[in-house]
Design a protein around this ligand. Sequence first.
Ligand SMILES: [Zn+2]
Length: 229
Amino acid sequence: MRKCPYCKIEVGGDLSKCPICQSKLMGEPEKAYFPKPITQQRRSDFYKIQSFVVWVIAIVGLSAEYLLHIKIPAFPKVQWSLLLIMWLAAFEFLVMRQFKPGTGHARKVTSMVFVILILLLVTTHFLNFEIFNMTLFEITSEWVVPLAIIGSIITNFVFAMIDKNGNTMSYLLTNLLVGVIPYIILYSMGKGTPIAWIACVVLSIIFFIGAITFKGRTVLAEVQRRFNL
Ligand SMILES: [Zn+2]
């Protein structure tokens, strides 16, 4: 048993500092009460390294563009270092989310897909050129984005089917939102809806009905649990 010379208390386990005054404890340590938080330490080292690298890239990018006046030859007007910083900020956001405890797989996957898709749209809006009679932005907004959303809808559906913790509803709602809301936005903007977006809506509704069919009881129990019915 160790003792704090200032607080006059006895402290069990192998703590080296007094839990009250943080002074060094005196006496022989006992067997540890708690395991050492090794993974936590490793994570924070990784976190520091990656955030330092991100800062370095951001500063090098900004000074290359605004101090050395380096531009992308095909896009002399585009402020490319700001686009770079946008991607770096998103990367940081995603890293932080990965380390946030208690966030389900579905929400991690969905938020990651969404952040990347929005950045792709912004980036191709500025770095836009034509390939095969389509602009890069059109390819992204009419094919890449809806196909990626279809991928995340299928992933969420699989997660909903194998979920054993009674969290089916969150997967279902996510699926319905990501499938239907973009369609409503496109429709209300009065633009023709590309075929991949239509496939997106149809699939999200089919999977919603599928999940209700196979997991209906679980969902009902979950609704009652969450809303205290
Ligand atoms: Zn003390």
